[in-house]
Write a protein that binds this ligand. Structure first.
Ligand code: DQA
Length: 146
């Protein structure tokens, strides 16, 4: 059984730390990758953080995760709200899936209130800032420990 957790990030999250810091904070995706790796190390889990601005690449990584990952943590960015393709791909994955949003999406525009990914996610984190990724990693450890 693979002990790697895929941490997938969708469009615009490459700009984390520079993009609307009043909403998303000043930490970068590299900071997130480091903190998740540290958290995973304490749980016997490896992490692979990936980001793409392209829906098809996210779908391809989810397919890859079917054989390579024990769990998926995903912040799909705007794809959350419209991508049935990402939902369909996640539905082919057998392990735990945790959806993360840095911002509290339910306090924002109404188009951010609906998530296709939530139809598959085993847990959803929203509004914890980038700490939400670390909390998701901890919960992933619990889920995989059974
Ligand atoms: C986001 C929320 C989405 O609505 C938005 O499109 C993003 C980031 C978040 O992390 O808060 O790109 O997923």
């Amino acid at each position: 059984m693979p002990r790697t957790i895929y941490i997938l990030n969708g469009p615009n999250l490459n700009l984390l730390g520079r993009r609307q810091p009043e909403i998303y904070g000043h930490d970068t995706l590299d900071d997130v990758a480091r903190r998740c790796a540290e958290t995973g190390a304490g749980q016997g889990l490896e992490t692979l953080l990936l980001q793409s601005n392209h829906e098809g690449q996210i779908v391809d990584w989810i397919h890859e995760a079917r054989d390579a990952a024990a769990g998926i943590i995903i912040n799909p960015g705007a794809l959350t709200h419209y991508s049935i393709a990402v939902l369909d791909a996640l539905n082919t994955f057998d392990g735990p899936v945790i959806e993360v949003h840095i911002s509290q999406v339910h306090k924002r525009e109404s188009f951010r209130h609906h998530s296709y990914v939530s139809l598959r996610a085993d847990a959803v984190m929203a509004g914890f800032g980038v700490h939400g990724y670390v909390l998701a990693m901890r919960h992933m450890g619990h889920l995989l420990a059974g």
